[in-house]
Design a protein around this ligand. Structure first.
Ligand SMILES: [Zn+2]
Length: 581
């Protein structure tokens, strides 16, 4: 029965007339996501008022990734906030997390391309979405659901909670003195807001939908004195944090914990949680950072432990065995609830405990007890004041990632203006990526581990023969125009699109490099590896004098490697291990 219904539907779609514009002329529908006219892989189909859109590239401009698994006739869509949607061809139910949601029409495959009811799926991802029938345009924007206001020690922090990517543009205006922050591609769902503030030089904040096409949410800060505004992106959500402080007041050091050298771990049993000090023991010093609470959020495949602090956190993390635990010590921190114990019982996390580990110097300790070794990431959110420990239960350990440092031996690759050779840069970054992936429990295959010449055609073969499931080739770019700079990632098959998008996304957000985007190219390593997700990353331009200088810095290469490794692990978390391995 089910099969017959599916066949009928497919036939009906093939026979469906193309969409018509108001003037009666046939014109293909367009999809505009956050102001970007999506280049569609095939002509969309209007069926019973529902627009069926070819999958490739549609959800990516909304900060999401769609993976098409042809063998399983399944589609996995995920985004930065870890919403995970599973679709099956000819099945009208989408599984969001673990919940089935009925779609207006089931996804279908036509001429090898999956088509999906994009409006409904964008809705599940939290987008503002509308089909403008007259012009045959599916218009998609991010939603700003609320703007939270936090005041702390002379600074004002505004956090715009967004459901998708949002671009901020800040302008300082005079007469009267004010700052205008335009959030582009953002629909503000609440009525206009006006809040008295009187903090950090800001008298009042006003928020409203400024215009709809394209959508702009406008935040106006009416000032009592000049201010500086810093806008920061989040690694784990689409939230934008705007930090406002009176002009000239020194900003705290940048919030990236990764850049600061970790302080030495405290002595004693690293897994122990002491009994809290009796009441009346040394009171917390006034300057100490406070940890207000530890929370646990669960989504399909991921358990997130959120540590809410009052300021940027410095932490040390250690992995212990018997039982497997992650121990995160937050330095100079007072744990306000004294002690917390959260039973979790997810696929990989047994429980989470947190307590004050020691006083003077203050150390707060969070222990995540695991059921088995699992891959995890730790990121700082909300300008560093929220630590997010994300533990994934995806079987990352079954994957084998092939890292292919470009060039080598007699082939130096591109050479920078002061003589830096691409082959040395790619090898160094490749070995760093390997270290980071291995730390996450992932097997890594190197096509070369030293300054060795390897034929181009041998590289995909080495990966395949040794059981690789994902292939990442590393290069540094070059151009005869020395002004050209930035990172770009190449892919060839639809299977590789998400991997390219996730690595490029990580590179662009962590490094202050312009993004040249993801591109397709018929490179040999991409072509010869059609059966596994394969990308070629051009991390920066060695021909650009400043980028060459940065590539000479170890810290910069480490940050590139961390971004590439994060992109890979994000991809592995949603990409199942191919059958038979
Ligand atoms: Zn190269």
């Amino acid at each position: 029965m089910k099969l017959a219904g599916a066949l009928l539907l497919t036939v009906a779609l093939l026979l469906a007339p193309p969409s018509r514009s108001a003037t009666g002329q046939s014109s293909p529908a367009r999809v505009i996501v956050n102001g970007q006219d999506v280049a569609l892989a095939a002509r969309p189909i209007l069926h019973g008022g529902v627009l069926m859109v070819p999958l490739p590239g549609v959800f990516e401009p909304f900060g999401s990734s769609a993976v098409w698994l042809p063998d399983e006739k399944a589609i996995l869509i995920s985004n930065r906030t870890r919403i995970l949607i599973r679709l099956r061809i000819n099945d009208p139910y989408a599984i969001v997390g673990t919940e089935p949601r009925l779609l207006p029409i089931a996804p279908v495959v036509l001429r090898d391309i999956p088509f999906v009811p994009a409006q409904a799926i964008f809705g599940l991802l939290g987008a503002w979405v509308r089909y403008e029938e007259e012009e045959a345009i599916l218009r998609v924007s991010s939603i700003v659901g609320a703007v939270a206001v936090q005041r702390a020690a002379g600074t004002l922090r505004l956090i715009a909670r967004a459901s998708g990517p949002v671009q901020a543009e800040t302008r300082h205006l005079t007469n009267p003195e004010r700052v205008v922050i335009d959030l582009r591609d953002a629909v503000f769902r609440l009525p206009d807001q006006e809040m008295p503030i009187n903090e950090a030089g800001v008298a009042r904040v006003r928020i409203a939908q400024f215009q709809t096409k394209p959508a702009i949410t406008r935040i106006v800060l009416d000032l009592a004195q000049p201010v500086d505004v810093r806008v920061a992106d989040s690694a784990t959500s689409f939230d934008l944090t705007m930090e406002v402080r009176p002009r000239g007041q020194a900003a705290r050091a940048p919030t990236s914990v990764a850049q600061a050298g970790p302080p030495p771990p405290p002595a004693g049993d690293p897994g122990a949680l002491p009994t809290p000090p009796p009441p009346g023991a040394a009171p917390p010093s006034a300057e100490s950072l406070k940890i207000m609470q530890v929370r646990v959020e669960q989504t399909t495949g991921t358990t997130r432990v959120l540590v809410d602090g009052t300021a940027t956190m410095q932490y040390v993390v250690r992995e212990l065995v018997d039982p497997d635990r992650l121990v995160v010590d937050v330095m100079d921190a007072v744990f306000i609830p004294v002690k917390q114990e959260i039973p979790v019982n997810s696929a990989v996390v047994e429980n989470v405990r947190a307590a004050q580990f020691q006083a003077d110097p203050d150390i707060a300790r969070v222990v995540v007890t695991l059921k088995r070794k699992a891959a995890y990431t730790i990121t700082a959110d909300d300008g560093g004041s929220v630590l997010v420990i994300a533990v994934t239960d995806a079987p990352l350990r079954g994957h084998a990632v092939v890292i292919d440092p470009g060039h080598g031996g007699k082939d130096p690759g591109a050479i920078g203006p002061t003589g830096l050779m691409e082959k040395h840069v790619t090898l160094d970054i490749g070995l760093r990526v390997r270290r980071l992936l291995v730390e996450d429990g992932i097997r890594v295959i190197m096509t070369r581990e030293s300054d060795l010449f390897i034929e181009l055609a041998d590289r995909p073969r080495i990966g395949r023969e040794r059981g690789g499931t994902v292939f990442v080739s590393l290069h540094a770019n070059a151009s005869t125009r020395t002004a050209v700079n930035g990172a770009e990632t190449y892919y060839l098959t639809p299977l590789s699109l998400s991997l390219a998008q996730m690595i490029q996304d990580e590179l662009t957000r962590t490094l202050a490099l312009p993004s040249r985007g993801i591109k397709t190219a018929n490179f040999l390593v991409l072509r010869d590896n059609a059966t596994m997700p394969t990308v070629l990353v051009e991390v920066a331009f060695i021909s650009h004098p400043q980028e060459e200088a940065r590539l000479r810095e170890e810290a910069f290469r480490e940050r590139i490697a961390a971004a590439v490794a994060r992109g890979i692990t994000r991809f592995l978390a949603i990409y199942p291990i191919p059958a038979g391995l």
